[in-house]
Design a protein around this ligand. Structure first.
Ligand SMILES: Nc1ncnc2c1ncn2[C@@H]1O[C@H](COP(=O)(O)OP(=O)(O)OP(=O)(O)O)[C@@H](O)[C@H]1O
Ligand SMILES: [Mg+2]
Length: 305
């Protein structure tokens, strides 16, 4: 089942003095229920514009954006969606506990379940100790955590998160990754934007890269990493009589009696045959691949060219 359907989405903002900013140029994308999707793009690429169109907060100038088959204009459609805005701001005279209770009530969560969900979300986001303090006394990272807690409190099916790791320390980011993986285990769909590739590599099934309002790449993380394979770093013990048999391979490091070679993927078998033939001893083999960061930078450069 499709959780998110974006078809031919276009958005032109009216700028000052009659100028026009074409933020989205015919974006099409389907995300399935149960999928974790990373929406990558540099600043100003159109990530938040896409997300706001999905949430019905701006009106697209072309195309359509649906969640679970519906436009998010009605309360019933909104009930199935958890949304974290880019820069969450709350009624900051409320405490986190009061705010989450208010959010849960507005989604019709009642009675014991309400208390339970509020407590669970506060504990999960490590806000339990601070729950009785007004949000205005919170640090930036704590406010972001309230944003994430209010997404979880009504237990929706689809999660739309605009830069969920923004403003969090490494522990907070690890926590958000864990939560996303847990949501995936429970069959939920998570669509989140980021410009940090490291956040995507560990948790996403698929990644889309948007540059200047257009989708420039769309693939599974597995495929991207596989296609980025450059070769192997192989360390051997140089007990071999004639080390010059490996002369055609780049030496990465020597620290007697070990030598590390860079072996291109296409020449791996040839290298190992030489190792066997000359009775060298392999100490370790390490995969060398372009990471998502390199992939992302290449796509962005191409897209902006
Ligand atoms: N309300 C607006 N009025 C005019 N232009 C806008 C408006 N909102 C966004 N834009 C423009 O649309 C483009 C896309 O902006 P958007 O906020 O979607 O980018 P983003 O990918 O979310 O960037 P970031 O990583 O910085 O959050 C930018 O050029 C931005 O200046
Ligand atoms: Mg944004």
């Amino acid at each position: 089942m499709k959780a998110i359907e974006i078809s031919g989405l276009g958005k032109t903002y009216k700028g000052r003095k009659g100028t026009r900013i074409q933020a989205l140029k015919g974006l099409s994308l389907d995300i399935m229920q149960g999928e974790v999707f990373g929406f990558l793009g540099p600043n100003g690429a159109g990530k938040s514009t896409t997300i706001k169109a999905l949430m019905g907060l701006i009106r697209p100038t072309a195309g359509d954006a649906l969640i679970l088959g519906e436009r998010i204009t009605s309360c019933t459609a909104r009930r199935n969606v958890g949304y974290l805005p880019e820069n969450p701001s709350f009624y900051d005279y409320l405490t986190a506990e009061e705010y989450l209770t208010f959010v849960a009530k507005s989604f019709d969560v009642k009675g014991n379940l309400l208390e339970q969900r509020v407590a669970e979300s506060l504990k999960l986001m490590e806000l339990w100790e601070a729950r009785k303090r007004p949000i205005r006394s919170y640090s930036k990272g704590m406010v972001q955590r309230v944003g994430l807690a209010q997404v979880l409190v009504h237990a929706p099916e689809v999660f739309i998160l605009d830069e969920p790791m923004s403003g969090l320390d490494p522990l907070g980011r690890a926590l958000v990754k864990e939560i996303i993986l847990d949501l995936k285990k429970r069959g939920k769909c998570v669509f989140f934007s980021t410009h940090i590739t490291d956040d995507v590599e560990k948790v996403c099934d698929r990644v889309g890269v948007i540059v200047s309002g257009q989708l420039q790449a769309l693939d599974s993380v597995e495929n991207i990493l596989r296609s980025g394979l450059e070769g192997y770093c192989v360390q051997i013990r140089s007990g071999v009589k004639r080390l010059d048999v490996f002369d055609g391979f780049e030496v990465l490091r020597t620290h007697d009696p070990f030598v590390e070679y860079m072996v291109p993927a296409a020449r791996f078998n040839e290298f190992m045959a030489l190792v066997g033939h000359h009775s060298a001893e392999v100490m370790f083999v390490e995969t060398r691949r372009k990471d998502l960061e390199a992939f992302f930078l290449e796509i962005v450069e191409k897209g902006e060219a």
